[in-house]
Ligand binder design. Sequence first.
Ligand code: ADP
Ligand code: 5GP
Length: 214
Amino acid sequence: MTANRRGLLIILSSPSGAGKSTLARRLREWDAEIQFSISATTRPPRPGEVDGREYHFTNEADFKARVNQGGMLEHAHVFGNFYGSPRPPVQAAIDAGRDVLFDIDWQGAQQITNSALSANTLSIFLLPPSIRELRNRLEARAQDDAETIARRMDKSWDEISHWGSYDYVLVNDDLDATEAQLKTIVTATRLRRSQQPGLTDHVRHLQSEFEELT
Ligand code: ADP
Ligand code: 5GP
């Protein structure tokens, strides 16, 4: 199927707690056509997580087999577990002109940015306003125990240190303001010439009409 518009691969990365999931949810409420890339992972589900909704939960043997068969667009080892983005749903979506949103770490972002799909990629990094606020948010989310929060805080600088390789960097201070900035970036990137393959035909029609009328 060909579409008038090529789908975008929208990558959101940040240290844990900076606001990725919240902003990803708001982006999808704004445009329900944006498809979320559901990652595969070898980590066990947390309470409330449903297989096929937050993640495809799997084991290491299955994960590695899928990587070896080329079934992952990118994959990485994060916090002691494997995570990867299954390729087939992404390819189908962008061929049909639908955008795909990825909540992945810097390693995955780098792999996609360096892949054959780089021309259709938009990468955005979220920074917290301060490290103190990052910790407050992790605590306020009340999802993790103290040890997990400490581990996420330990890892946060590693993630933040890769901010410089993203297309856009937003400081997520005021949530509504960041949401507005994110929508502006997506709207503008959708209008990139490379995202609009239908323009060639349109200009051809303009040319015929031009020759007819002048
Ligand atoms: P991530 O997905 O990056 O780990 P979340 O989206 O879960 O982060 O956000 C962590 C916590 O911070 C959540 O409780 C969320 O409601 C809150 N939060 C996100 N953005 C902001 C913001 N700009 N100001 C205040 N709180 C925020
Ligand atoms: P969590 O286990 O808290 O859901 O996710 C831990 C980290 O793994 C987050 O930084 C998240 O962005 C990252 N992550 C989730 N899925 C993927 C994926 O498919 N690929 C990569 N590279 N990272 C992922």
